[in-house]
Design a protein around this ligand. Structure first.
Ligand SMILES: C[S@@+](CC[C@H](N)C(=O)[O-])C[C@H]1O[C@@H](n2cnc3c(N)ncnc32)[C@H](O)[C@@H]1O
Length: 208
């Protein structure tokens, strides 16, 4: 592939990994359109109840948080490594934040600044490919969930990601078996729910 085309492909990949600037805001809007089926499945899997304390890892422009906060009386927290996405999500969710129902901060899933057993539920959509170390990040999620709490990890399949040119670099593409085994290793009971005729899935991870 010529250099210029290669650098455009690399740029697109980097905007999924850490959306930044105008390109980042546009990629986040593309993701919002592309990922509707994943959002629907994640919401269904979470089974939110009044008063649940819920964490979103890598919330991007905060689209999913706003959707959930409009429909549920839960308390939402979120962490995100991109400052530009944090700003966009703060704007999009200003009402829930002003009402004291949502707190969004800069943060990395590798080091969750929350007490053991703090959350009832946690979820993430399309971020696991960018985690620095799968096992230790899953262990952090397990630590911060209550016993019986659920972590919904929503991803595209390795096969689908392999078909996209921009995922060749900077994406850790796990098979569903690898992701399931890693989640079980840190103490989750795991069930897989297919999405979009098997192009994506939610791993429902319950802390046991
Ligand atoms: C593909 S986007 C998905 C955004 C959002 N979850 C959605 O589905 O619309 C991945 C997001 O994860 C964030 N991210 C990547 N690595 C992260 C990490 N280690 N901790 C927290 N967020 C991370 C990126 O900044 C980006 O906003």
């Amino acid at each position: 592939m010529p250099n210029r085309a290669m650098s455009i492909v690399a740029y697109i990949g980097s905007q999924f990994r850490k959306p930044t600037g105008l390109g980042g805001r546009l990629s986040a809007l593309v993701m919002n359109r592309m990922n509707q089926k994943q959002y629907n499945a994640t919401e269904a899997a979470l089974e939110l109840r009044d008063g649940d304390v819920v964490l979103d890892i890598g919330f991007g422009n905060g689209y999913m948080l706003r959707r959930l906060a409009r429909r549920n009386n839960s308390r939402f927290l979120g962490i995100e490594i991109s400052d530009d996405m944090l700003r966009a999500a703060l704007r999009r969710n200003r009402r829930a934040i002003a009402d004291g129902r949502m707190t969004l901060t800069h943060g990395d899933v590798a080091r969750l600044d929350f007490a053991d057993g703090f959350f009832d539920k946690a979820y993430t959509v399309n971020t696991v490919y960018f985690w620095s170390d799968l096992d230790s990040c899953l262990a952090e999620l397990h630590r911060t969930l209550k016993l019986g709490g659920t972590f919904v990890n929503t991803v595209y399949t390795k096969e689908f990601l392999d078909s996209l040119p921009f995922t060749k670099r900077g994406f850790a593409k796990y098979s569903s078996e690898e992701l399931t085994a890693a989640s079980e290793r840190v103490g989750f009971a795991v069930k897989s729910v297919p999405i979009a005729s098997g192009k994506a899935y939610c791993l429902l991870c319950v802390k046991v």
